[in-house]
Ligand binder design. Structure first.
Ligand SMILES: NC(=O)c1ccc[n+]([C@@H]2O[C@H](COP(=O)([O-])OP(=O)(O)OC[C@H]3O[C@@H](n4cnc5c(N)ncnc54)[C@H](O)[C@@H]3O)[C@@H](O)[C@H]2O)c1
Length: 272
C-alpha cells in the first residue's frame, strides 16, 4: 500500500476566513479527493454545502466531517450522469438553504486506453461522467442562477484537457471538452452575471490516483515517476491545493475572472 492515507488528505487546511460567508455551494464528487477537499474548504470559509456523490465508502462521510467541524452540509446521493438526479441536488440546495450561488462540477473518472482499445461502453462512461455531467449539473442549476442574475460555476477539467497524454484518449477528449464548454458558457452567461471557469489539476494524490499506484508492481516507484509530471516541483499535488484554486474562482475575489482554465499543476504545463 502507498503511504499517503485518505484520512490525512487535508493537512494544509486551516481555519477559514469567511471568504464564502452567506453562499450556498454544490460540490459533486464530494466524498473523495479533490471534491472532498473543496467541500471541506468551502464549509470552513462559511459556505453552506450540498455535497454530492454516488459512493459513500470513505468515512467519515463528508457531511459528517464538515458538521463535526461546526460547518453546514447536506449529503445527497446523486449520479451526475443522470439529469434528474442533478435536478434533485439543486432542489436540495434550494429546499435546505434557500439559494444557490456556486456549482462545482467535479465528479470524474478515467479509463486508460487508445481509441482502438476502448470499448464503446468505456468511451461513453468517461464522456458521461466527465463532460455530460457538466452539462447536466449546469442545466439543472442555471435557471435559478439566471433568475437571480448571479452565480459561479467551476468545472474540474485537467492538465489533460490542455495537453494530450498517451493511452488516455477518452479522458483527454472529455477534459478538452470541459475546457471549451467552460469558455463557451462563460460567453453565453457573462452578461447574466454568471461566471464560468475551470480548474486544471496536475497529478494530485487523491484516492483515485493512489488506487492506480497501488495496482502497479512498485507503487512507490510509480508515485515517484508520476511526480515528475509536475515538473517544476517534482511532487504530487495535495487535494487541498487544488481546492484553494476552486475557492478563488468561487469567491467574489474572482468577480472579473470568467472563461478561465486555471492550471494548478506544479508547473506541468509550463512548457512542451
Ligand atoms: N487526481 C488527479 O491527479 C487529477 C488530475 C486532474 C484532474 N482530476 C479530476 O479531478 C476530479 C476529482 O478526481 P479525484 O482525483 O479527486 O478522484 P476521486 O475518485 O478521489 O474522487 C472522485 C469522486 O467522484 C465521484 N463520482 C464519480 N463518478 C460519479 C458520478 N457519476 N456521480 C456522482 N459521483 C461520482 C466518486 O465516487 C468519487 O467520490 C475528476 O474530475 C478528475 O478527472 C484529478
Amino acid at each position: 500500500m502507498t503511504t499517503q492515507s485518505t484520512a490525512q488528505e487535508h493537512p494544509g487546511l486551516g481555519p477559514g476566513r469567511g471568504r464564502l460567508e452567506g453562499k450556498v455551494a454544490i460540490v459533486t464528487g464530494a466524498n473523495s479527493g479533490i471534491g472532498r477537499a473543496t467541500a471541506d474548504l468551502f464549509a470552513r470559509e462559511g459556505a453552506k454545502v450540498v455535497a454530492v456523490d454516488f459512493v459513500e465508502d470513505i468515512q467519515p462521510r463528508i457531511d459528517d466531517l464538515i458538521k463535526s467541524q461546526g460547518g453546514e452540509c447536506t449529503f445527497v446521493n446523486v449520479n451526475v450522469t443522470d439529469r434528474k438526479d442533478c435536478d434533485r441536488m439543486v432542489s436540495t440546495a434550494l429546499d435546505n438553504y434557500g439559494d444557490l450561488h456556486i456549482l462545482v462540477n467535479n465528479a470524474g473518472t478515467g479509463i486508460r486506453g487508445r481509441v482502438d482499445q476502448l470499448s464503446l461502453d468505456q468511451w461513453q462512461l468517461v464522456l458521461d461522467t466527465n463532460l455530460n455531467s457538466v452539462f447536466n449539473g449546469s442545466q439543472a442549476a442555471l435557471p435559478h442562477m439566471m433568475e437571480k442574475g448571479r452565480g459561479s460555476i467551476i468545472n474540474t477539467a485537467s492538465t489533460f484537457g490542455l495537453l494530450a497524454s498517451e493511452d488516455y484518449a477518452a479522458y483527454c477528449a472529455s477534459k478538452g471538452g470541459v475546457v471549451l464548454l467552460t469558455r463557451s458558457m462563460a460567453i453565453d452567461y457573462g452578461v447574466m452575471g454568471i461566471r464560468v471557469n475551470c480548474v486544471c489539476p496536475g497529478a494530485t494524490a487523491t484516492p483515485r490516483l493512489l488506487r492506480f499506484f497501488d495496482s502497479q508492481p512498485d507503487p512507490e516507484a510509480a508515485i515517484a515517476e508520476a511526480a515528475k509530471i509536475n515538473r517544476a516541483v517534482l511532487r504530487l499535488g495535495r487535494p487541498e491545493e487544488i481546492a484553494y484554486g476552486m475557492l478563488f474562482l468561487a469567491s467574489d475575489e474572482a468577480s472579473f475572472v470568467t472563461g478561465h482554465a486555471l492550471a494548478v499543476d506544479g508547473g506541468q504545463t509550463i512548457d512542451a
